[in-house]
Design a protein around this ligand. Structure first.
Ligand code: GRG
Length: 281
């Protein structure tokens, strides 16, 4: 299977599992479920859940066991996008080329849909892994990883820093994106590895891989956004386009070389890194 096919197949697996979860954990407020569905199925790439699956599978974990965590991570990601688009944050009318959640519905419902996704992520983690009878210590580690990456020491802190800074310098930009984008990407790989019962060496290798990958991913995102958002807290305000490309290649090479301890099991993860370093969407 080539990497494009792999990503397509895994995206479908994730999409189907999200649909199943939304049925299993349906809200008595049907209207609210509709808003959640709209936010979740407006065209995301599912990078984080796929990274969780690929990291877990490289460590020997089974897809079936990894899926609840992979989807919980996607819930958190989508909550953050819904809230990010609100008038009190970025005030974006469109997301992925479609009306953003608060434009399609209204602001209070968009706010609640985001809150609902954030809390549902943790309910799904707890209930799925209690049912699967995984080691309580592993479950607590996974919950702790996701909470830290999402909260005031991760994504929420990154968002707050983004709102507070204008035209940040390189050092601040690195710190900002490490929290805002990098933390959840890092947690995706680590959670996959933890659920796959990976050794400490594997977990460390996957952590470094994901940190480099997250950095490269953000620079590519800024390159793709350059025309729309010329430079506010973007790496394109500190790098020329050529320097940005060079940095992406360098970070991707470092990500790939961090995978050495995994040997042949890391092939898919390497392909993922190269694929996303060249993405155009
Ligand atoms: C509101 C707490 C809170 C946080 C918002 C992630 C975030 C923080 C804001 C989104 C704005 C943005 C452009 C962030 C950079 C990270 C990024 C590249 C997000 C988009 O991720 P993709 O490309 O999204 O994986 P899809 O659409 O594929 O799901």
């Amino acid at each position: 299977m080539n990497i494009e096919e792999y990503l397509k197949v895994k995206k479908e697996v994730v999409d189907n599992y999200i649909k199943k979860l939304l049925c299993d954990y349906s809200s008595p407020q049907e209207g609210l479920t509709g808003v959640l569905k709209y936010g979740l199925f407006a065209g995301g790439k599912r990078i984080r859940p796929i990274l969780c699956l690929a990291s877990g599978e490289a460590a020997g974990g089974k897809e079936e066991l990894l899926l609840p965590a992979a989807c919980a991570i996607e819930f958190i990601h989508n909550y953050s996008l819904i809230h990010d688009d609100l008038p009190c944050m970025d005030n974006d009318d469109y997301r992925r080329g479609k009306p953003s959640c608060h434009k399609k519905f209204n602001e209070p419902l968009a706010l609640l849909a985001g809150d609902g996704l954030l809390t549902l992520a943790f309910e799904v983690l707890a209930k799925s892994y209690i049912s699967a009878r995984i080691q309580p210590f592993t479950l607590l580690e996974v919950i702790g990883e996701l909470a830290m990456a999402s909260g005031i020491r991760g994504m929420v802190a990154g968002q707050a820093m983004d709102l507070a800074l204008i035209y940040a310098k390189l050092e601040d930009l690195e710190k900002l994106h490490k929290m805002k984008t990098g933390a959840l990407i890092r947690a995706s790989a680590r959670i996959g590895a933890l659920l796959g019962n990976a050794s400490d060496d594997y977990v460390n290798a996957l952590t470094i891989y994901a940190e480099k990958l997250g950095f490269a991913f953000q620079i590519v995102d800024d390159m793709l956004d350059f025309e729309r958002d010329r430079g506010v807290n973007s790496f394109l305000s500190v790098y020329t386009p050529e320097e940005a490309k060079e940095k992406v290649s360098h970070m991707t090479l470092e990500a790939v070389s961090a995978l050495k301890p995994l040997g042949e099991k890391a092939e898919v993860l390497k392909e993922i890194a190269w694929y996303f370093s060249k993405r155009s969407y």
